[in-house]
Design a protein around this ligand. Structure first.
Ligand code: NAI
Ligand SMILES: N[C@@H](CC=O)C(=O)O
Length: 797
């Protein structure tokens, strides 16, 4: 075995001088003493000879000049390789003389016989072998030529190189293409003489998915014959199984290699069932496009023997190739897939076959749907492993891909789903990532690169690579928009310089363009991160959630009308998209998730009470009358604690919004307008522009000082508190004595207490920590993004 390797080559590989140089390299790097090269004929290009026959048959005068050009092309190939052996050129000339005689008779008879066609084809294989052996000899490698019919009977081959040419041996059942012409002969040679096999193809290496679709797809190292059979059917670069049966039956391993990259390690096909790591049960995914499905439905089919047999016999009679069949166990419907080129014929054939059943309504309808694709998962290790199909289908659901039909062989080696062709790319990339064969990719668009949005982008920039390496999560920020400009990038914005890029390469903001870009079909998961305070964007979330996941620290949507709030969640339920808004209350603190955990585990929330404003907390912690309150407000704004318009904080509106969000979280139907809010903003500044308000801030100083002084004189501190108690919401400015937990809050602390059936009044659940600020809030938004990644299947442990 170790002394012989038989290579199957496509003739086209040797039609240019570089092909011979490659072959020499392959030969020199092989370890076996004898290398046998089976060369298939040339079927296209200037060296192809069958066109001459066509011209002769048509009595086209161009034949004679083409014949001359063809001869020159062959001689030219040989001379470009510096082959000085006169015998080569004289054999080529001799072949052309013989051909001329045959062409003259074709001219007269206006007919081309099968054997003439074969002869012309095999002559190309002979010429290539002749040139190759001369080239090898001139490079000091002993090389010889053997015709295929003789070679398959040889028990051994001489050392060095042997080139097999001519009328190559074909399996009894032939596939309608030129594929596999040299492979079958190569198998026979290897079986007879006991050698290893290498099949060279001109298409690609065999990867976990087609590289063009999934650039990060990896080369498959090993494959069983059964897996190879499944994959070849789905268009992978493997010949039809008929062509490797001799090797399979003798257990001879086949190495699959790519001619375009001869040094890359290829794939080994062996007779051993794959025993790969059970964490990776799928070997490869494949997509077959341009498919149509035909559905036959009718109550009258149920329990009637012979329906399927009649259908498939009729289809076979018409030469229609059925790619997939799926039948409900009720026998109420049969669905099958065919190439779209055959759908009209297939539907007509089925209607003809069941004409009487259609007329007497035993069959209700025979309908066809085109523009479909088949997505197949292949792997021996799937067999008997619980949850593989579940994962496959739930991955498709999470990517929003509808499945029209399903087929799984009882060997459990292949699961196939019929899906819309326009979904095929995102479906493939989702399942490929879900089975950890590539990174789980998210297409992300960010609105509002301000305090929070900008910090979020910086945080992603610093963790992106680690997340990709550690968890296979590929976060692509593909769009950033401010209110007037937007920056789009196909592959993902280089976040190390997003600010500069936004400066120099952004374009005018166009929401529809932004959405179309982020929601591009290729990406299975598109996410919008809204870091603005925009009402307009918030009012569109329900629409966004049809197609995008939405993550936001913006409180406007969750505090809009209760009916809109419900509508968003209804949309999520229907579309499988997620709306994540943890940072709308308590910034980066785990408030909403904690509350949800309580509710989902059956606890009853009786009261929520909290200092919910980081800004007000900080202001009242800092204020002691020495520095004017207005100055502290400007500092809070500078530090990124306040809302874009600090009146939202000072008016109590921000606390009111958070209170409403918490109340709705526990199921209360409350509206923001119904809350009584105590505002710190003087009436005269309520309606001023933001700029004017900021310039007149000092006008609120006296009133604040009075409030502060009154509280201080009582030995108390001022706090702004939101409450949900007994089904009612309220917000108020209050003062608390030194022993109250609210009094001990420092900095931007939020303090939120939950009284529940489990956490009683005397010992409530308390969450405390910074409730405002760029880093903590952006971190919370980032955490929501990772929660979403886990939901869609990223392997974050
Ligand atoms: N600052 C904090 O500590 C916290 C803030 N939040 C929320 O985060 C959000 C952002 O706050 P900041 O970053 O402080 O505000 P910011 O004013 O610094 O940034 C907002 C950004 O949004 C942009 N923008 C406004 N309208 C837009 C639109 N229609 N389309 C695209 N971009 C638009 C602005 O140009 C600006 O770049 C607010 O909703 C706020 O309530 C939530 C929790 C804590
Ligand atoms: N401005 C807000 C920010 C968080 O929501 C606050 O101060 O709490």
């Amino acid at each position: 075995m170790d002394d012989l390797r038989v290579h199957a080559l496509e003739g086209v590989m040797l039609c240019i001088p570089e092909g011979y140089e490659k072959l020499l390299k392959i030969h020199s790097s092989s370890t076996e003493e004898s290398q046998v090269y089976v060369i298939s004929p040339v079927h296209e290009g200037p060296l192809c000879l069958s066109g001459l026959l066509e011209s002769a048959k048509k009595k086209d005068e161009i034949l004679w000049s083409s014949l001359e050009q063809s001869q020159l092309a062959w001689l030219d190939l040989s001379s470009k390789l510096n082959i000085r052996d006169e015998i080569v050129s004289s054999l080529i000339r001799k072949g052309f003389e013989d051909m001329e005689d045959i062409l003259r008779s074709v001219w007269l008879l206006e007919d081309i016989s099968e054997s003439t066609l074969k002869y012309f084809a095999s002559l190309t294989s002979y010429y290539l072998a002749l040139i190759a052996s001369a080239y090898f000899n001139s490079n000091g490698i002993t090389a010889s030529l053997i015709a295929a019919d003789k070679a398959v009977r040889q028990k051994s081959f001489t050392r060095g190189a042997t080139f097999i040419y001519g009328d190559l041996i074909q399996p009894k059942i032939k596939v309608l293409s030129h594929e596999g012409e040299s492979e079958y002969t190569a198998c026979l040679c290897a079986v007879n003489a006991g050698g290893a096999l290498t099949f060279w193809n001109n298409r690609s290496l065999l990867c976990t998915a087609r590289k063009k679709d999934i650039p990060s797809a990896k080369v498959i190292e090993r494959l069983s014959f059964a897996e190879a059979t499944e994959l070849s059917f789905f268009g992978a670069p493997i010949v039809h199984p008929h062509y490797f049966i001799p090797a399979q039956s003798q257990g001879i391993p086949i190495e699959l290699k790519f001619w375009g990259d001869i040094t890359s390690k290829g794939t080994i096909i062996t007779d051993k069932k794959s025993v790969q790591d059970r964490r990776f049960p799928i070997k490869a995914f494949s997509v077959m496009r341009d498919i149509s499905i035909i559905n036959i439905e009718g109550a009258g089919m149920s329990g009637i023997p012979g329906i399927s047999s009649r259908l498939f016999t009729a289809l076979r009679r018409e030469g229609i190739s059925v790619i997939l069949i799926s039948q409900a166990s009720s026998e109420y419907s049969i669905c099958f897939a065919v190439p779209s080129s055959q759908v009209t014929m297939a539907a007509a054939c089925a209607r003809y076959e069941f004409e009487s059943e259609l007329n007497n309504h035993q069959i209700g309808s025979i309908s066809a749907v085109s523009n479909m694709a088949i997505l197949a998962a292949v792997g021996d290790v799937m067999s008997g492993q619980i949850g593989v199909s579940g994962k496959f289908f739930s991955a498709l659901a999470k990517a929003g891909v509808n499945i029209s039909a399903i087929a799984q062989g009882s060997s459990e080696r292949n699961i196939s789903a019929v899906i819309r062709e326009c979904d095929s790319l995102k479906a493939l990339s989702q399942v490929h990532a879900s089975f950890f064969l590539s990174a789980q990719t998210m297409s992300v668009g960010v609105f509002g690169p301000g305090n929070i949005g900008g910090t979020f982008l910086n945080q992603i920039a610093s963790e992106k690579e680690r997340l990709q390496d550690q968890f296979g999560l590929d976060i692509r920020i593909r769009a950033i928009a401010s209110s007037s400009r937007m920056l789009l990038s196909e592959e993902g914005i280089d976040l190390s310089k997003w600010r500069e890029l936004f400066e120099v390469a952004s374009q005018e903001y166009d929401l529809n363009k932004f959405l179309a870009h982020v929601g591009s079909e290729y990406y299975p998961h598109s996410v919008l991160v809204d870091c603005t305070t925009s009402n307009e964007l918030a009012s569109m979330y329900s629409r966004f959630l049809e197609k995008f996941h939405v993550i936001t620290p913006n409180k406007k949507a969750a505090t809009g009308s209760y009916s809109y709030y419900k509508e968003m969640f209804e949309t999520c339920k229907r579309t499988g998209k997620r709306f994540l808004y943890e940072t709308t209350v308590g910034a980066g603190l785990p408030v909403i998730n904690t509350l949800n955990d309580l509710i989902q585990t059956g606890d009853e929330v009786k009261k929520i009470e909290g200092m919910l404003s980081g800004t007000l907390s900080w202001l009242f912690n800092r204020y002691d009358g020495t520095v004017p309150f207005s100055q502290l407000v400007l500092q809070a704004k500078e530090m990124g604690y306040t809302e874009p318009d600090p009146r939202d904080d000072l008016s109590g509106m921000d606390v009111a919004r958070k209170t409403v969000i918490l109340a709705r979280e526990i199921g209360l139907d409350v509206e923001l307008e119904n809350l009584n809010i105590t505002s710190l903003v003087p009436d005269k500044l309520k309606d001023a522009s933001k700029e004017e308000f900021l310039s007149r801030l000092s006008e609120m100083d006296d009133e604040i000082y009075t409030k502060y002084k009154e509280a201080k004189d009582r030995g108390e501190v001022i706090r702004y508190v939101g409450r949900v108690d007994n089904g009612k919401c309220s917000v108020s400015l209050e003062s608390f004595g030194a022993n109250h937990p609210f009094a001990s809050a420092s900095g931007t602390d939020n303090v939120i207490t939950f009284v529940t059936s489990r956490y009683v009044e005397s010992q409530p659940l308390v969450i405390k920590g910074p409730g405002a600020g760029r880093e903590v809030t952006a971190g919370g938004v980032f955490a929501d993004l990772l929660r979403l990644a886990i939901y869609i299947g990223a392997g974050i442990l």
